[in-house]
Design a protein around this ligand. Sequence first.
Ligand code: GRF
Length: 214
Amino acid sequence: MKRVVTLISGRGSNLQALVEARIPGAAFVGVVSNRPEAKGLAFARSVGIETAVVDHRTFETREAFEEALHATVERFNPDLVVLAGFMRVLGEEFVRYYEGRMLNIHPSLLPAFPGLNTHARALAAGCRVHGATVHFVTPEVDGGPIVIQGVVPVLPKDTAETLAARVLRVEHRIYPQAVRWFVEGRLRWRGGGGVEVVGGRVEDRVWFVPALEE
Ligand code: GRF
């Protein structure tokens, strides 16, 4: 079994999608939140996953916070660290330690719209498609090698909220797929270059939601 530790800050719907995907070989051994009030903690406890809180507000410096976070994550002895709506930027030391075994999901088609407010920005830019990206985490925020992307249409009446909801549904499909590949030992990335899915088809790396599915 591969031991998976998930880092969250809030709702935890991606965490839930990952757990409910029942990925063979994946053991969700711990959930760590930087916010004690994160809703995802309650979900984790309800399915018997051990939880921990490392509240960034109680630390003087980012370094001290990350040291505590690192120690907490290490207690679970992870093979894979999954960032699922974890809203703190992680420093180089932390990121390098888990290089090649830490994934993130970002709600845009990277490299478009790194950072926050991605749905409003995609609308403002007049994008006809939008989506989400699972990538390996590198020190460059939202800049790591892409594993899988999910693409959704932008519809004429969309608001940031309706678009976010459509993107979220695709997030819940692509994140379990990426974790499944990792657990199967099929994701290849050894620094630099792109990611390879061993034995995978090119079309498995992008998930399209047809325009008028809703
Ligand atoms: C998702 O949109 C994810 O892409 C972003 O933060 C949000 C987290 O949602 N990184 P949830 O907590 O998984 O419901």
